[in-house]
Design a protein around this ligand. Structure first.
Ligand code: NI
Ligand code: MN
Length: 235
């Protein structure tokens, strides 16, 4: 069964239980709420939304140990390659095919630099077609109207949205984002890791579910959401 495992902050492992394990934004070392140790992860693909330390995290080390490619924006991936990682540079508009389907790079309203200050291009979000189930990882972003376009073009089943504020959308913006995305399920992320991004996920759940048919799934770090077979509707 395919699942989406939350590993804390914005890190997720999307796993089909077979040959595909997509690791997104693996900020584990130094994360007080990390749901796994980087040495225990064996992904088949690493996706990075941007270069900030709480997203780049352990990606380079995991790529070097496993030989797995990091896919993301040109400047960020070339930075990772310069540090010894394997990489697949791409950019917004690109739809990269994989065994499980494809990954599309979509805009995010934020910035992107590595912890050493190197410019790492534009930040992005990803729409992942995982065996027909469309997952939108928004990355770090404020709200923007083209989330509606992302939904119209790609159809989003499950959205992973930041709710912590300060650096990203807060709860009221994320509630509005859900209205635009019209997704079936939303999993909140990027909150409670540090004091400036404290947010009440239960409040988010209550606000989304009282005004729409979207279900909010709150995951503790280390918990998984099993992708229901019956909502694998896309191709
Ligand atoms: Ni950031
Ligand atoms: Mn962040």
């Amino acid at each position: 069964m395919a699942s989406i495992k939350f590993l804390g902050h914005s890190c997720f492992l999307i796993d089909d239980g077979k040959n595909n394990r997509i690791l997104i934004d693996p900020f584990l070392s130094g994360n007080p709420l990390a749901g796994a140790s980087p040495k225990d992860l064996n992904p088949t693909l690493i996706l990075l939304t941007h270069g900030h330390g709480d997203h780049l995290g352990d990606a380079i080390e995991i790529s070097k140990r496993t030989g797995v490619e990091i896919m993301g924006v040109f400047e960020l991936v070339n930075y990772c390659i310069s540090k010894g990682a394997k990489g697949h540079p791409a950019h917004m508009g690109g739809k990269i095919p994989y065994d499980f389907g494809w990954v599309k790079l979509v805009p995010a309203f934020h910035s992107s630099s590595a912890p050493d200050g190197t410019f790492t291009g534009n930040p992005v979000g990803f729409v992942i077609n995982f065996h027909g189930h469309h997952i939108y990882h928004a990355g770090d972003t404020g709200i923007f109207g083209d989330m509606e376009l992302i939904s119209r073009l790609h159809g989003v089943d499950t959205a992973l949205l930041p709710i912590g504020g300060t650096f990203t959308m807060d709860i009221p913006e994320a509630v509005e984002a859900v209205r635009m995305l019209q997704c079936k399920t939303v999993i909140p992320m990027h909150y409670n890791t540090f004091p400036p991004i404290e947010a009440d996920a239960e409040e988010f759940k209550e606000k989304v579910e009282s005004g729409s048919d979207t279900k909010v799934v709150i995951l503790e770090s280390g918990e998984s959401y099993n992708i229901p077979e019956h909502i694998k509707a896309h191709s």
